[in-house]
Ligand binder design. Sequence first.
Ligand code: GLV
Length: 309
Amino acid sequence: MVLSLICPTKDPQPWMAAIQAIAPDVDLRVWPDDGDRADVTFTLVWAQPQGIFAQYPNLQVISSMGAGVDNLLQDTSIPEQVTVVRMVDPRLVSQMGDYVLAAALNHGRQFSRYGQQQRQRQWQPLAPLNLDQITVGVMGLGQIGQAVAQRLGQVGFSVVGWSRRAKAMAKVQVFAGPQQLADFLSASKILVCILPLTPETENILNVETLGQLPPGAYVINVARGHHLAEADLLALLDNHHLAGACLDVFRQEPLPQDHPFWSHPKITLTPHIASLTDPVSVAPQIVENYRRLTAGRPLLNPVDRRQGY
Ligand code: GLV
């Protein structure tokens, strides 16, 4: 049994070291030099070349190196019987909470506007806002979304959430399904997108949905670039319907040099760092799944391939 790392855009070394440190017996290889691919039963994957899995006749498990599996599931070479698993990690969750909280507070305390005023040497207090007057709408109430919603509530924001199916959450009013999307949007002064990317959620942040946010709303996208219709966002920023946006993910990454987001005065952007998987933190769940596969036991954190997350 061989565990092969297929991650052309990531340095495999920290992952190898983290796994070897706790499981020296595991036969680890790195694509493309992973020897006889018929020996590989388990792959640890990020941004794999599409179609690659056809070269692994005895593959049983594909583990995403991150929480998201959208790119992975687009690969039509994953055989039906292969189990796909993903990372579920408290560190990923708390980093996401930190990022969203920082962005929401930054907007709530009007740092961007004070920044513009500073550049113009303008001493001009703006009307203060209490956090409980700001309703943050969290789109996507999976494991990460729920934790982020709770965290925002603990700090004092009013929080509402939206998910595909109805959910009960303490102190968070939950809206569900397409029928309640408009009510959710019209309540959200700050909109946070933490949805999985699926055919249903692609371009969900568009002129119609963002146009239903209250005037002066702020958008935070920490999910995937393909959730956002970029030209629609620009139009709504430029016609002053939206006050601004904080974006960590983009349709094309790295963001092209000539992209209008770079220099837009109402956009704050970061290079897909809101929440990064730490190999040391997730190595135990990778090894546990490898052991479970060997013992024929059910794996941790399986992905529902039909649902897409
Ligand atoms: C990062 O974007 C992830 O999916 O973990």
